[in-house]
Design a protein around this ligand. Structure first.
Ligand code: NAD
Length: 253
């Protein structure tokens, strides 16, 4: 049977790669993004004419509206990939409420609300899979990136809670922690981190960060998407509450 899948933040980076991978596997897709042009560009790169849903998931009503829209557009929902995310670096002693709100509203509250709304639908159907995108940052001490790291630690907590809530109903909830991928978000963040460290030699700064990855290289959205697709479509049903690190050893259990 065709799997019906919703991908958030599908307009760029990892979300686009996941959408393309799911489409290539024959899934019917609903692409959610705040940026309509970006979502349209992803849709144009996918077979099967995906539905495009433009929502601000940081808005309190956005997550439930996106889930309802996906179910209406596809006639049901078996797969959700909670990928949309935002990260910005900010000096620890210059912390602002604005950055915490912006980060947590999208990275954490939206993920929780989508797990709840999509989970309720999947519970009734007796099947489904939710994959949340977390980060190695959730388990690192990052003074200038505290809101982002905390938001992803929250994603880990929500993944475990949702997995437990949904396990009796044949629904799995898992997460993927990507290593550094050269996406628009990552490029901006690393330049902010360099500036906060007083570094203008950006190429050396980036090379030093890459050298800290045990595998010695960064990953890319297409590679990480393969792990997301495995959890969303291929993993045994018993795999739930699990976190899959795809970070070249940067994050290890
Ligand atoms: N890039 C990395 O190195 C890296 C590493 C670990 C984890 N991650 C995580 O991977 C996920 C994808 O990141 P990426 O690097 O592909 O980012 P990206 O910036 O390339 O793409 C993010 C997408 O989310 C959309 N988006 C932003 N705010 C939104 C909102 N309020 N409502 C709806 N959509 C919104 C953007 O329009 C964009 O299409 C994020 O959860 C991120 O935290 C990224």
């Amino acid at each position: 049977m065709t799997q019906r899948a919703m991908v958030t933040g599908a307009g760029s980076g990892l979300g686009r790669a996941v959408a393309q991978g799911l489409a290539a596997r024959g899934c019917a897709l609903a692409l959610v993004d705040i940026d309509e042009a970006a979502a349209r560009a992803t849709a144009a790169a996918c077979p099967g004419a995906p539905a495009i849903l433009v929502h601000d998931l940081a808005d309190p009503a956005g997550p439930a509206a996106a889930v309802a829209g996906a179910i209406a557009a596809l006639g049901g929902l078996e797969v959700v990939v909670n990928n949309a995310g935002y990260g910005a670096a900010e000096g620890f002693f210059a912390m602002t409420a604005a950055l915490w709100d912006r980060t947590l509203d999208l990275n954490l509250r939206a993920v929780a609300l989508i797990c709840s709304a999509a989970g309720a639908h999947m519970r009734a159907a007796g099947r489904g899979r939710i994959v949340n995108i977390t980060s190695p940052a959730s388990r690192m001490a990052l003074p200038d990136y505290a809101a982002y790291a905390a938001s992803k630690a929250g994603v880990d907590a929500v993944t475990r809670a949702a997995a437990l809530a949904l396990a009796p109903y044949g629904v799995s909830v898992t997460s993927v922690a990507p290593g550094m991928m050269d996406t628009p978000m990552q490029r901006v963040t690393e330049r902010q981190l360099a500036a906060l460290a007083g570094r203008s030699d950006i190429d050396t700064f980036l090379a030093e960060r890459t050298a800290r990855i045990p595998r010695g290289m960064r990953t890319d959205p297409e590679t990480v998407a393969r792990a997301v697709l495995w959890l969303a479509l291929d993993a045994p049903d018993d795999v739930t509450a699990e976190r899959l690190n795809v970070s070249g050893g940067l994050d290890r259990d």
